[in-house]
Ligand binder design. Sequence first.
Ligand code: GDP
Length: 183
Amino acid sequence: MKNSDLPSSAAPEFALVGRSNVGKSSLLNYLAGQKQLARVSNTPGRTQTINLFSAEKGEFFLVDLPGYGYAESSHATQAHWETGMQKFFEEREGLFAIFILIDIRRDVQPEDEALSRWLQGLGLKVIAIQTKCDKIHKSKWHGIREIHAKKLALHPSQIITTSSDKKIGLAEILRMMSGLLDS
Ligand code: GDP
């Protein structure tokens, strides 16, 4: 996948990234269902795809990046992901912030942690979205948020708890996005 294959950004972009199976497609469908999210492009790479969506009447774009950490994927596939993504994060004009998705039931994995720290090192804004919060009792959310924040080197206020199944968190995601754009 070459970055030049993607349309250049006409508005600030937020990228969504996470381990495979974290619930990224479901979250995009949830966002799309509530807020006309139009698919702008679908750029197939050699093994992976980047999807670009326009949201909020073109006020910003959402970039859906390929998932990482497939249990069955080879080192070569993982290395391919890293090279492709590294180039994207370093070179993509208009990239405003990255939303890293974390399954609320799971520990933050070394790949998630490394990605968060590396992106912040590049000077990019990082927000974490915890997915599938309907799977965990609400009384536990606060504690898990603190643990996830520490691992990802984020402030707990940079973490959003969501469930696409139960439609929780959309308002907070949109509030975070407009807050970032205004900052
Ligand atoms: P992706 O690989 O990151 O795109 O993940 P998917 O969106 O395909 O979701 C992976 C699995 O998690 C599917 O079985 C979904 O039904 C499930 N899932 C996704 N979001 C939620 C959620 O908010 N709550 C629950 N309970 N399950 C979810």
